[in-house]
Design a protein around this ligand. Structure first.
Ligand code: CA2
Length: 158
């Protein structure tokens, strides 16, 4: 697979491992980046890993993914619950989309319960801690490979 998996991270996730370890653990975003690259490599995939604190930058990464990515894994952080702009951008991306949250958002306050992004995600990974990213890479590789097998079979029948 030539195109990378885009792993997009929203606001404040640059602080992982530095604050609130009881909720988010001790792993830093740079550790997570490294483990995503390794996991993807073992499965024959590449990763484009990004973090931004700005909504428009997240939207622009999704636009870029339309031509440059085989799938998106996104932890939209606080924008999960507020950003119609991000929801609209994700609707334009047809390949697999996985929404990921480190913490179990449903065990937290009500403001964390209604993710807009969940409406367009093909799958959601919640509450596995930093390990969720590796699980998401594995799941994304399976989804992308399945889609490619399906296209090859359809082409063979023509
Ligand atoms: O659990 C997750 O991955 C979240 O997406 C994290 C978001 C929160 O708004 C979501 O509900 C769930 C918050 C990210 C804040 O990250 C911090 C990391 C370390 C210290 C403080 C904040």
């Amino acid at each position: 697979m030539n195109k990378p998996i885009f792993v997009l991270n929203g606001p404040n996730l640059n602080l992982l491992g530095q604050r609130e370890p009881a909720i988010y653990g001790m792993t830093t975003l740079s550790d997570i980046h490294e483990s995503c690259v390794e996991k993807a490599k073992a499965l024959g995939f590449k990763v484009e890993f990004r973090q931004t604190n700005f909504e428009g930058e997240l939207v622009e990464s999704v636009h870029q993914a339309r031509t440059d990515a085989c799938g998106i894994i996104i932890n939209p952080a606080g924008y999960s619950f507020t950003s119609i702009a991000l929801l609209d951008a994700l609707k334009t991306f047809d390949p697999p989309k996985i929404e990921l949250h480190i913490s179990n958002v449903h065990a937290r306050e009500n403001i964390y319960h209604n993710s807009l992004v969940s409406r367009v995600a093909n799958a959601i990974l919640i509450g596995f801690g930093a390990r969720g990213y590796e699980l998401a890479i594995q799941a994304m590789a399976d989804m992308v490979n399945q889609a490619a097998d399906g296209s090859r079979q359809a082409a063979g029948r023509r």
